[in-house]
Design a binder for this molecule. Structure first.
Ligand code: PGA
Length: 257
């Protein structure tokens, strides 16, 4: 369902007490009521490292509009896969969501579109909702291949699924050149790509599904640029990295919705 979403990807940050404190501060702000720019009630998703999921869930899990995500999940449910954490485990630890296909997973851990497609299936079968990340690297944009790159990521990673469930799949467009660099995409660049992604969903799953899918922008989204980005018609919120590690900044970004 098309919802306004701000998701915080903590990546590999925060020790135990720090993580609980950050989640607690965000939860408290939400309980007091965060007034968004347009008055919409946002869905806020926190994605702490896995080891914190249960503790954060017990700490803040009952706050309305606040849900938890993992940052990755294994391809398999159980078994001899040392070091992996599976989708059913994540679900049992208190998360409703998993981020799949983040560019750091793709580049640093060699995750391919084919693998991601299998991970998406496993995650959906385990009852998790999925934030599926796509985005081009700088050279691909300079070569004007960014639309093709994103189309291919969606085709192989998502559109091979039997059904495209817009209730359970959110797409995050994260140009890799914008992640953690301070160079955000312009609102026009974001809108153009989000609109294109929506047209690809329409071709694959129909106009209704396309209209119902939330598409988030990620990549150096901060309190001072969020309102402009979120103001674009096809931008339904953000996937926030660095600025999600400071409660005040993250809450300011939620206000920008
Ligand atoms: P950033 O990260 O906001 O620090 O650029 C975004 C992300 O990686 O999801």
């Amino acid at each position: 369902m098309r919802t306004k979403i701000v998701a915080g990807n903590w990546k590999m940050n925060k020790l135990y007490a720090e993580g609980l404190q950050l989640a607690g501060e965000i939860a408290e702000a939400m309980q007091q009521g965060i007034q968004t720019r347009t008055g919409v009630k946002p869905l806020v998703i926190l994605a702490p490292p896995n080891y914190l999921l249960t503790a954060v869930s017990e700490h803040v899990g009952s706050v309305p509009g606040l849900e938890l995500a993992a940052q990755n999940a294994a391809e398999h449910d159980f078994g001899a896969y040392t070091g992996e954490v599976s989708a059913p485990m994540i679900s049992s630890a208190g998360a409703d969501w998993v981020i799949l296909g983040h560019s750091e997973r793709r580049t640093l851990f060699g995750e391919t579109d084919e693998l991601l497609s299998r991970k998406v299936t496993t995650a959906l079968n385990a009852g998790l909702n999925v934030i599926f990340c796509v985005g081009e690297v700088l050279q691909e944009r300079l070569d004007e291949r960014h639309f093709n790159v994103v189309a291919e990521q969606l085709k192989v990673g998502l559109f091979g699924l039997e059904t495209f469930d817009d209730e359970r799949i959110v797409i995050a467009y994260e140009p890799v050149w914008a992640i953690g660099t301070g160079h955000t995409a312009s609102p026009q660049q974001a809108q153009e790509m989000h609109h294109y992604i929506r047209s690809l969903i329409a071709d694959h799953a129909g106009e209704k599904a396309a209209g119902q899918t939330s598409i988030l922008y990620g990549g150096s989204c901060k309190p001072d640029n969020a309102a402009e980005l979120f103001g674009m018609p096809d931008v339904d919120g953000g996937l926030i990295g660095g600025a999600s590690l400071v409660a005040e900044q993250f809450v300011d970004i939620i206000r920008s919705l």
